[in-house]
Design a protein around this ligand. Structure first.
Ligand SMILES: C[S@@+](CC[C@H](N)C(=O)[O-])C[C@H]1O[C@@H](n2cnc3c(N)ncnc32)[C@H](O)[C@@H]1O
Length: 300
């Protein structure tokens, strides 16, 4: 089965990015290229440089788009946390707007190793193996119970974090965790059934490990400061988060860098923007999407 990622909040991205003729936009999270396509179609005289650290997504989705939008689209591999370096390699010194749609794509969850507790694959979870050495298996096979519990609680909001961490440490006395189902089974046994009748009991643990393995929150912090430093005056920064921790980083960053002296940002979304009923009806993954946008200001 081929999973196709459905882009979220496309109209809202176009409203807040507001692509203009002759300008350059960065899509920092290319994925399946849905937002990139929407930007190029909305403004036929703009250019896009798109980034992703998942080489498989680039190999699958970039070539037809690059051909279709010949001369207007460049897709580069890299970590958006290293925005300056990635754009410098692409010979880009500044831009007029930047979009980041954080997290994972549906293809990554269902087709890459270790993301889903529904498919038995090696417990890996790295979106870009070249950027990270530690897999999710390395972490559950070696970390102290207290540290595992902190990860599950802080990054997954898992209420039974301590029980699950203890169960993992106990289970690994007999065997190593190798696949996703090895972990999902231990988590399932460790939590009371009544607590998890709506979602799979391993949902929060898997989410927490994914965020930890890929350093997702640190990446967002670095991304925001490089975006503010590299964008032209008036350039827009548009961010879509799927997790309250991500959204908080964006919200705080916008609040803590007001337009005063030097570079700053002025929020252009008064409050967080979410999907409307029409989108919710056709795209369930838009349910947790949260968009915030700001404009870069440069004062002497
Ligand atoms: C939610 S998907 C983006 C979907 C895309 N907007 C679309 O319309 O198809 C997130 C993408 O960001 C990429 N990604 C996540 N963290 C990244 C990082 N630090 N650097 C570069 N790409 C990253 C993932 O590999 C994934 O392809």
């Amino acid at each position: 089965m081929t999973i196709i990622h459905k882009s979220v909040l496309v109209n809202e991205v176009l409203t807040y990015l507001d692509p203009q003729p002759g300008k350059l936009y960065i899509d920092a999270t290319f994925g399946a290229g849905g937002h990139t396509r929407a930007i190029l179609e909305r403004e036929p005289n703009c250019r896009v440089v798109a980034i992703d650290w998942d080489d498989k997504s680039i190999a699958q989705f970039a070539p037809p788009l690059v051909e279709e939008f010949s001369g207007r689209l460049q897709v580069v591999w890299g970590n958006f946390a290293h925005l300056y370096k990635v754009l410098k390699n692409a010979k880009i010194a500044s831009f007029d707007g930047i979009l980041a749609d954080f997290g994972t794509s549906q293809m990554q969850i269902f087709e890459r190793e270790g993301f889903s507790f529904l498919v038995d694959t090696p417990l890996d979870m790295r979106m870009s193996p070249s950027h990270h050495r530690q897999t999710a298996a390395d972490i559950v096979n070696s970390m102290r119970a207290e540290d595992l519990a902190d990860i599950f609680y802080q990054l997954g909001g898992e209420t039974f974090s301590r029980q699950i961490a203890k169960a993992i440490v106990l289970a690994r006395r007999n065997k190593r965790f190798v696949t996703t189902l090895d972990l999902a089974e231990v988590v399932k046994q460790a939590v009371p059934y009544r607590a998890y009748h709506k979602i799979h009991p391993a949902t929060k643990v898997f989410q927490a490990l994914r965020i930890y393995v890929n350093k997702e929150l640190d990446n967002i912090t670095s991304f925001l400061s490089s975006a503010m430093d590299m964008g032209n005056s008036g350039a827009r920064i548009v961010c879509i988060s799927f997790h309250s921790l991500e959204d908080r980083i964006v919200k705080e960053f916008f609040k803590n860098h007001p337009c005063q002296v030097g570079r700053g940002v002025e929020p252009i979304t008064k409050k967080v923007v979410t999907a409307g009923d029409e989108e919710l009806a056709v795209n369930p993954s838009s349910r947790s999407a949260r968009l915030r946008a700001a404009k870069i200001c440069i004062n002497d």
